[in-house]
Design a protein around this ligand. Structure first.
Ligand SMILES: Cc1cc2nc3c(=O)[nH]c(=O)nc-3n(C[C@H](O)[C@H](O)[C@H](O)COP(=O)(O)OP(=O)(O)OC[C@H]3O[C@@H](n4cnc5c(N)ncnc54)[C@H](O)[C@@H]3O)c2cc1C
Length: 497
């Protein structure tokens, strides 16, 4: 046995480090096992923008999370509120009321305190001006319940957590892939780890699994999400192969949640197979509510303006995957190009521009140009001109009479120059996973906690179904990571008695 730890945490992302910091603050000797080498560490958490959904009752609460907010920022910004009730309602609505209410309640009610706790561990937060606020009459107004991001985005978040762990004596082993749990009828007693070409046992009194979902595993994707999912691009880490889920299932853990569901978005058509940390989330293309999307047959196929972007983007990747050839073109005219997010201005885009619609549609690779032109013309004729366009609210400026309606932000596409961007499906993370108690204990087939085994992050099943409110993944990892770390210490103390 390689030393004796109180708690071993499997994974090196946000959930894992929150669990490790929480276990350490409760007095444990902690080891973090990260499969990736240091320069690829941090899992999907490293690929994020660091956006975190948190309940708050106004700018006073936000000032506690972000004491650096200046008086000028407070005066020039309408931060609004995002109450626990609103957060809870969003979880219910976007998951079609499938979310486990006990888990969702923990997520919502602990969100603010958990972010405050992260601050105490050295994570800094700032308002997401760039992506979640528009300027109206000289004042920024936040929308969509998403207001806070970690300073430095995902890489900044992972760096802050890693530094904090280092300062507190938490050991981290990189290039150390957990392969199985050491287990008997009394519970879990450690982890077998593949390190430097050797498989070694690491003994511990409790284990927290925080090794992400199975989004990087093309075979599991096809098996559980369905045919075609092997063709999706992976937005983030190549290390999230479902290992933690598999290990737990092998010792009798209960599968739970939306195993056929995942978070998937519109993503640069020619992006690499896995995420590229140098580009981060720049391959995503999230401004479709202000334009239209056409498939290979030249037809629109989804209501681009059904809701605010952060309530639709996570389910529209699947819709794009279902199109012929698994791609679509997003089309904008010059009336809205100033609203396009910064990710449209990176070098690695598949983009065409034109001064007429005829020229534009002819340039759309793999698209029936004639049908595309007719589709845009029919769309233009269906836009309601009597309702003013307003990107900050669901403006009700819709189309009328089309088979595929656009419900909000419907502007005609008639002001050159035109721009079009090619997208495919990029999978973010899978929704199915393990069943946990409110103490983040992994439950067995009978619903009884497996002694010494806890879980946090993407692999917790039962929170997300079909869809997901943007910015909830990191918050979920933090909330359940903190709980799992503390619960693991209690289990370790019990094991030591
Ligand atoms: C491009 C992109 C942008 C995103 N933007 C946001 C956002 O702004 N806000 C938000 O809330 N969410 C966002 N998400 C989702 C978010 O990344 C995840 O919900 C969250 O990071 C999951 O955290 P986690 O700690 O559970 O998993 P991860 O951060 O993925 O960590 C899993 C860790 O486990 C390690 N691992 C895997 N297998 C093993 C093994 N066998 N042994 C040891 N280690 C192992 C991995 O290397 C990794 O370090 C985004 C995701 C992507 C891909």
């Amino acid at each position: 046995m390689s030393g004796e730890y109180d708690v071993v945490v499997i994974g090196g992302g946000n959930a894992a480090f929150c669990a490790a910091l929480s276990a350490q603050e409760n007095g444990a000797r902690v080891l973090v096992l990260e499969a990736a080498p240091k320069d690829e560490a941090g899992g999907n958490s490293s690929f994020t923008a660091g956006a975190m959904r948190v309940a708050y009752n106004g700018v006073e609460d936000l000032s506690k999370l972000m004491p650096d907010l200046t008086e000028e920022e407070k005066a020039n910004t309408d931060f609004g509120t995002y109450t626990e009730d609103q957060f809870f309602d969003d979880m219910g609505r976007v998951t079609q009321y499938r979310t486990n209410p006990d888990l969702a309640e923990l997520l919502v009610r602990r969100s603010f305190d958990t972010l405050l706790w992260m601050r105490s561990k050295g994570v800094r937060f700032v308002p997401i001006y760039g992506r979640q606020a528009f300027k109206v009459d000289g004042k920024f107004k936040f929308w969509g319940g998403l207001t806070v991001e970690a300073w430095g985005g995902g890489p900044g978040l992972v760096e802050a957590l890693t530094d904090s762990a280092g300062k507190r004596g938490i050991e981290v082993w990189y290039e150390s892939r957990a392969v199985s749990l050491i287990h008997d009828d009394d519970g879990v007693h450690g982890v077998k780890v593949k390190r430097g070409g050797k498989t070694i046992p690491v003994s511990s009194k409790a284990v927290v699994i925080a090794s992400g979902g199975f989004e990087a595993n093309s075979e599991w994707r096809t098996r559980y999400l369905g045919p075609g999912w092997d063709l999706a691009k992976v937005r983030g880490s190549r290390f999230n192969m479902g290992d933690g889920i598999r290990m737990a299932l092998e010792i009798g853990a209960q599968p739970y949640g939306n195993w056929s569901g995942c978070h998937a978005v519109g993503w640069e058509r020619n992006a690499p197979e896995f995420g590229d940390l140098a580009v981060g989330d720049g391959f995503q293309k999230h401004s479709y509510p202000f334009g239209i999307m056409l498939n290979a047959t030249g037809r629109r196929f989804v209501d681009e303006g059904a809701d605010f972007r952060n309530y639709t983007y996570a389910k529209y990747g699947r819709v794009i995957l279902e199109q012929p050839g698994q791609f679509a073109w997003q089309i904008f005219d010059s009336k809205v190009t100033h609203l396009l997010r910064d990710e449209y201005r990176i070098r690695q885009v598949t983009k065409v521009t034109a001064n007429t619609l005829e020229e534009l549609t002819a340039k759309l690779d793999d698209v029936n140009a004639e049908a595309a032109l007719a589709e845009i013309e029919a769309y233009n004729a269906a836009v309601r001109q009597d309702v003013p366009f307003n990107p900050n609210v669901k403006d009700g400026r819709s189309t009328e009479g089309l088979a595929v309606k656009k419900s909000n932000w419907a502007n005609t596409i008639d002001a050159p120059p035109y721009e079009a961007y090619a997208v495919t499906c990029g999978i973010t993370f899978t929704f199915g996973g393990l069943r946990v108690s409110q103490e983040a204990a992994v439950l067995d087939m009978e619903g009884t906690p497996i002694p010494g085994l806890f879980a946090a992050g993407e692999l917790v099943g039962g929170l997300f179904y079909f869809n997901y409110p943007g910015g909830t993944g990191l918050t979920s990892g933090a909330v359940f990571g903190k709980i799992a770390g503390a619960s693991a210490v209690k289990a370790a103390q019990k094991a030591a008695e």
